[in-house]
Design a protein around this ligand. Structure first.
Ligand code: HEM
Length: 151
């Protein structure tokens, strides 16, 4: 189960990034052009929201069963903080992703309450853009030497 979840979690990152970039660019262009907020715009941000929450659920399960996370907490806080890979998975990745997914959630709630269509695009643009940046920097990319690969 662990390997299957790791692969799904790893692959899903690309789908989420594609959808986030798509949603942000779409919201930016439509906000700038004062375009109406269509059913399709709502669906796009909804699909991105669902993907992020699916990743969150897989992440929670991974967090509970991952050997690296178990190893990190077994080390004790002081030692864990000195080991960048353990600290990353036990704390940094978790906190960064939770903040990003919370922003996506708040963004959608605030979008629904926005007064007009331009404000809806603006809300999605802002919240999803910040989430995109946080997710991008919180991913254990192979060049960060955290023991991961591209897939
Ligand atoms: C959009 C959100 C997220 C993205 C894009 C993401 C992405 C990734 C990637 C690419 C890996 C490396 C997988 C590999 O190469 O083996 C990973 C590992 C991991 N993620 Fe996430 N993650 C997200 C959210 C979360 C959340 C919210 C949690 C915890 C609640 C979490 C927990 C973990 C854990 C524990 C691992 C290490 C698993 C292991 O190798 O044992 N992730 N994540």
């Amino acid at each position: 189960m662990l390997t299957g979840l790791q692969h799904t979690h790893s692959l899903l990152r690309y789908i989420i990034l594609i959808f986030l970039v798509w949603t942000v660019i779409n919201a930016f262009l439509k906000k700038r052009g004062n375009k109406p907020f269509l059913v399709l715009d709502n669906k796009l941000s909804l699909y991105t929201f669902i993907l992020a929450h699916t990743q969150l659920l897989i992440g929670i399960v991974l967090y509970a069963i991952s050997p690296i996370v178990k190893g990190a907490w077994a080390m004790g806080m002081g030692e864990m903080m000195k080991s960048s890979a353990h600290r990353f998975y036990a704390i940094e990745h978790l906190i960064g992703m939770l903040i990003a997914i919370a922003l996506i959630t708040i963004g959608r709630i605030r979008m629904k309450k926005a007064q007009d269509d331009t404000a809806k695009h603006q809300t999605i643009f802002l919240y999803y853009l910040i989430a995109l940046i946080i997710i991008f920097v919180s991913i254990p990319w192979p060049f960060r030497n955290l023991g991961t690969s591209w897939l």
